[in-house]
Design a protein around this ligand. Structure first.
Ligand SMILES: [Zn+2]
Ligand SMILES: [Zn+2]
Length: 239
């Protein structure tokens, strides 16, 4: 676990990142990896002298299996409250019958494998866009970043300048668009990238790849690309 800002720690879980927000009276795990990353999370907490029971909350950026695999187990061990956006609940909560719409596209192709590892459990609080979470950490708020997942949430701390962005982008040899096969609404996804560029975070902490310090230039580049692509989507050229 690496400290990347005063209140923010990065947990590199291999397949995806998780983050820990340490407030005065709150210890928040943001995302929960795939199921086999549980020992890594436990080790990281222990190194920071934290026990499972010190966790007060689990925030979910979006309900993809590489981000939520352990949340029911961690909630059970810690007693932490699970918070997620309203639009992610259909995937997170156990559904007794049939495939839900959000599962249906996951069930295609590679998604089939992922769906089998999809975790479901109890979500205590439903978050919306622009929710102020100052009781967790002064200045902390949610940012709605749909497209890759309908209820994807970012967590932005203005004072320290960091934004946890889920899979709004990936940092793999530079900032890239999230995996297209798992991004059902590309138009919204490009708009969310523009939203992040407008916020101008000093640290961009994404779900995949190292957290990026001073991402201005990289954000500027991908935002220009987003602008061009959205322009084409809204005004397609005639052939
Ligand atoms: Zn994802
Ligand atoms: Zn992911």
């Amino acid at each position: 676990m690496r400290q990347i800002a005063q209140s923010l720690y990065w947990l590199d879980l291999g397949i995806a990142n998780a983050y820990l927000i340490l407030g005065k009276n709150a210890a928040v795990l943001v995302d929960a990896g795939i199921q086999r990353s549980l020992p890594t999370i436990e080790r990281s907490l222990r190194r920071a002298k934290l026990a499972w029971t010190d966790l007060t909350h689990i925030f979910i950026t979006h309900a993809h299996p590489d981000h939520v695999g352990n949340f029911p187990e961690i909630a059970r061990r810690s007693g932490a409250e699970v918070w997620a956006h309203r639009l992610e609940l259909p995937v997170l909560r156990p559904a007794p019958k049939g495939l839900r719409a959000a599962d249906r596209w996951l069930a295609d192709g590679v998604g089939m494998l992922m769906r089998e590892t999809q975790a479901t459990g109890k979500v205590e609080r439903v978050l919306e866009a622009d929710a102020h979470l100052s009781h967790i950490l002064p200045d902390l708020r949610t940012v709605h970043l749909p497209g890759h997942a309908p209820g994807q949430l970012g967590f932005y701390h203005k004072g320290e300048g960091w934004l946890i962005g889920g899979d709004v982008m990936m940092n793999l040899a530079g900032l890239t668009f999230p995996m297209a096969a798992f991004t059902p609404d590309p138009t919204e996804a490009w708009r969310s990238i523009l939203r992040v560029a407008t916020i101008q975070p000093k640290i961009l902490a994404l779900g995949h790849g190292n957290p990026l310090h001073n991402p201005e230039e990289a954000l500027h580049r991908i935002a220009r690309r987003a602008g061009r692509i959205l322009e084409r989507m809204e005004h397609p050229p005639y052939r």
